[in-house]
Design a protein around this ligand. Structure first.
Ligand SMILES: N[C@@H](CCC(=O)N[C@@H](CS)C(=O)NCC(=O)O)C(=O)O
Length: 212
């Protein structure tokens, strides 16, 4: 990985945290550049991402858009090889469904937070009500299936599934969207992952605009 790596994102973003978790696990240094205004419609504010989304990893050869894409780029450039478990290495359909529902939950979380908290649209609109129902159903499925999915995973240092699930679960509490406590297995999983040094070095926070 080149010296002058920049990560453009938000310390309050679950997709950004996934990229940062991987960087920490792989011991890759980077300069963090927060995006302060999510209402901006200028791709320049998103390191040139035409989709107006973050995170973006900026390398000398060009930008890398999106969390999973960034994680794969970081792993490819890491000096210390680690055993990473990607989606295509998950052993069975149940484990791959778990990953699908985690991605779904992360997307739903953006829909709910951006729609209701940033754009201040009414929560009772069917668009949000259905998203919240599907989100709760997905969490219930993950809670019921997590133990057996984790039991079936091969030996690894980090799996994309667990790292992304952790980022999602911690974000529920951080953004006050849904209580995690009713999902007993998910809460226990998050508590265990919270102990990892990489988790502690990437805790959610709201970025502050530097004075002056
Ligand atoms: N597919 C993208 C999705 C990233 C995404 O939705 N990021 C959120 C922040 S957590 C965002 O850019 N929100 C601004 C918006 O949706 O306008 C990825 O995997 O990184």
């Amino acid at each position: 990985m080149p010296e002058q790596v920049r990560l453009v994102g938000r310390s309050s973003s679950h997709y950004t945290r996934l990229a940062r978790l991987f960087a920490e696990e792989l011991d890759i240094a980077y300069a963090f550049e927060p995006v302060h205004d999510l209402a901006s419609r200028d791709p320049v504010d998103y390191a040139g991402n035409p989709a107006l989304k973050l995170p973006v990893l900026v390398l000398p050869e060009g930008p890398v858009f999106g969390a999973e894409n960034i994680c794969r780029t970081l792993v490819a450039g890491a000096r210390q090889p680690r055993r990473i478990l990607w989606t295509e290495q998950l052993p069975d359909p149940r484990a791959r469904n778990a990953q699908e529902l985690v991605w779904h939950g992360m997307g739903a979380q953006v829909q709910l937070v951006f729609g209701m908290q940033v754009a201040r649209l009414p929560a009772e609109n069917l668009y949000f009500a259905k998203a919240a129902d599907g989100f709760r159903n997905a969490l219930a499925w993950l809670d019921a299936n997590l133990e057996s999915v984790l039991r079936g995973l091969p030996p690894r240092d980090v799996s994309l599934l667990e790292a992304s699930l952790f980022c999602l679960l911690e974000h529920l509490d951080f953004r006050n969207t849904l209580p995690l406590a009713p999902y007993r297995h998910l809460a226990a999983f998050a508590a265990a992952w919270r102990e990892r040094p990489a988790s502690q070095r990437t805790a959610y926070a709201f970025d502050v605009v530097a004075p002056g």
